[in-house]
Design a protein around this ligand. Sequence first.
Ligand SMILES: [Zn+2]
Length: 150
Amino acid sequence: MKICPKCKGNVADGLNVCTHCGAVITPQAAKPKKKDSTEVKRDNQAIAITSVIITLVGIFIMFEVSALVGMIIYLIAFALSFNELRKDPEFRPETIVPFAKKCLSKENFKGMGLMFLVVAILPLMAVIGSYRWIVTDTYREVESMYNDYY
Ligand SMILES: [Zn+2]
């Protein structure tokens, strides 16, 4: 059933003319159209590329400036990608293997694949980050001890 815009009477779905008042009923205004898959893909790609750039900046800062700041920058990229991947219905612990395969397949790689990688390197980044943190701190300590001594 649809509702006649003029007399608010019920009209059978198949009819284009109101059976009560004779008004012509145009097919219902299209509902807000869902993004088509190419559009979603393009959004994915933009987010993926942004995440990769942020990750690279994070790694650079981790090594050159501060391990902690670099890690925080990487976590921004992580959150961005994670939030986007989470929207996929297959993004669940029990379907993570087929989900990974789907992401890393050739047609999805530039978008979901890159986002997947940004998320998946979290443990690696944590290890590198802690290592850099310890090394930098230890180095500074040793250096200051050296300076105190001489
Ligand atoms: Zn009507």
